[in-house]
Write a protein that binds this ligand. Structure first.
Ligand code: GRF
Length: 225
């Protein structure tokens, strides 16, 4: 099974041809603030037996966020950690770490998590905190990436999955996918085109990040390559 189909504009340094199998399924904790369509896409990839992983828990920070219903529909536990109730970002991150530990998740998958994270979370999961952003980083970091890309008149936009570092929307890039920007595009139209690519690259990026982290065990022999 191909990791990604060949019809997208996909930029990644070294894509393996097949989805990797790991000694154990990756244990994901998904952090989301909004609709949760990326959560659904990751779950669908797991369901198709592509991404070798389980979603252990969904953490959300906005009561009533759409992601809650999606998690319920997928049969996934969800935990509300409302950032408004914490004295600091570090305090919230400590609770995130505790919740991930409770649900035995060790990959932190930020899927529309609209909070800045701190060194506390990043250091707890070295190179295992990932984020998706709706632009070709380093262009247009921040919360209005799609609007800014349109306003700038770029002809190519896209999305990026990257390792999370302390600066917002920075960190080593794992995969990018590009999409065309058309003159008549609205923000909604461009966003939808970008999101279609997000759903494809996020599962692949998680697999690649895990491959990079080495503990890969050959699916056929059970031995390390
Ligand atoms: C995505 O476009 C992602 O790039 C950005 O937030 C959005 C989340 O969408 N960081 P959803 O909640 O997964 O539908």
């Amino acid at each position: 099974m191909a990791l990604v189909s060949p019809d997208s504009v996909l930029v990644s340094p070294s894509l393996p041809s097949c989805w990797p199998r790991f000694s154990q399924p990756l244990k994901l904790g998904v952090l989301a603030s909004g609709r949760g369509t990326n959560l659904e896409a990751i779950a669908a990839s797991i369901q198709r037996q592509e991404l070798h992983a389980t979603i252990q828990v969904v953490i959300y920070n906005n009561p009533g966020a759409g992601v809650v219903d999606r998690a319920r529909g997928l049969g996934l536990p969800s935990v509300l950690l409302n950032h408004r109730h914490y004295p600091s970002r570090e305090a919230l991150d400590l609770d995130i770490i505790q919740t991930l530990a409770t649900y035995q998740a060790n990959w932190v998958i930020m899927a529309g998590w609209m909070r800045c994270v701190t060194q506390v979370l990043i250091e707890a999961f070295p190179r295992q905190v990932l984020n998706i952003h709706p632009s070709l980083l380093p262009s247009f970091p921040g919360t209005h990436a799609v609007d800014q890309a349109l306003a700038a008149g770029v002809k190519l936009s896209g999305c990026t999955v990257h390792h999370v570092e302390i600066q917002v929307d920075r960190g080593p890039i794992i995969i990018q996918a590009g999409v065309p920007v058309y003159p008549q595009d609205s923000v909604a139209a461009l966003q939808a085109r970008i999101q279609a690519q997000e759903y494809r690259i996020y599962p692949a990026a998680i697999a690649l990040a895990a491959l990079d982290r080495a503990n890969l065990v050959d699916g056929k022999t059970g031995k390390r390559p």
